[in-house]
Ligand binder design. Sequence first.
Ligand SMILES: Cc1cc2nc3c(=O)[nH]c(=O)nc-3n(C[C@H](O)[C@H](O)[C@H](O)COP(=O)(O)O)c2cc1C
Length: 330
Amino acid sequence: MKANLSTRFFGLELKSPVIAASSSMTGNPEQIRKIAEAGAGAIVLKSIFEEEIYQAMQEELSLRDELHNDPEYLDYFDYVIKEDNLRKYVKLITDTKAAVSVPVIASISCTTSSEWVLFAKKLQEAGADGIELNLFIVPSDCNRSSDFHEHFYFETVTKVLESVTIPVSVKISHYFSNLAGMARKLSQTGIAGITVFNRFFAPDIDVENERIVAADVLSSENEYLLPLRWTGILSGKIDCDLAGTTGIHSAETALKFLLAGASAVQVASVLYEKGPEAITEINNGIENWMNEKGYHSIVDFKGKLNLMNAKNAVAFERVQFMKYFGEKAF
Ligand SMILES: Cc1cc2nc3c(=O)[nH]c(=O)nc-3n(C[C@H](O)[C@H](O)[C@H](O)COP(=O)(O)O)c2cc1C
């Protein structure tokens, strides 16, 4: 029997576990059509960014003259800019829905739980099959407690869940003091899935010019180990589905995530490097491996090597190299 690649993520049946992650690649319906044709199980659209809306407001404010410096005018621009961003995003959803038959997931990227997350309802009305929340705050303020930061996640998720009926999933970072506990608590809010871990803009340092610069925008193929470890740890312990992202560039890496307990993987960088065919290649690789191993469906091996099932699963929790150094006689 031929291997069946279907899986469940975002609370939806997907024909493949390979999902096109949110990026500028998924901000254009024509490009999205090619990605869907290449075999993506779902498309997560480029995010609508809270920060972008805020930035547009700042630009508008810097352009206008003193005469308009009154709160009513400010409110007006706040409203117009939000509406404009939203209108463009709604069009992206409707155009994409017309272009592809796979699930289309809208993405909201937010750093505050302000009232605008309620726009989620408009994204549902536009036809989105689900919503992914890209939640991130850099916990850099020493005066704030972890509770303070975590509150933002629960408040945002609760507000969005209250305003829509389509599945909501969350893409998180690893910046939590109690990651496993936090993931479990989030999974109990009613969300359909958690994706580990988002890869954000990272600062680097140019030593020649003594300047802070942007690190590589695209991931490299050896960046998958951190999300892989946490997929293995969280799989089977949280009350919603799990997906992996960051550094997944090949079928082999995708299979590692499935074996560690992910229901799906999200890819972005490899789409920039190889184009939509990268998804066909990963799907073919997964299918060939399943055929060789005699697996008929993803659930036959999903989580086989997670913290609960693998013989040497303790490796997921191990952090020191002591034994290795001992054996190698360092
Ligand atoms: C150019 C680029 C743009 C991205 N834009 C978004 C975005 O709008 N929203 C979001 O949640 N993630 C965004 N991401 C993150 C990806 O969705 C993904 O989580 C991350 O890149 C890790 O996957 P990868 O290693 O396959 O690139 C972007 C990534 C790249 C490379």
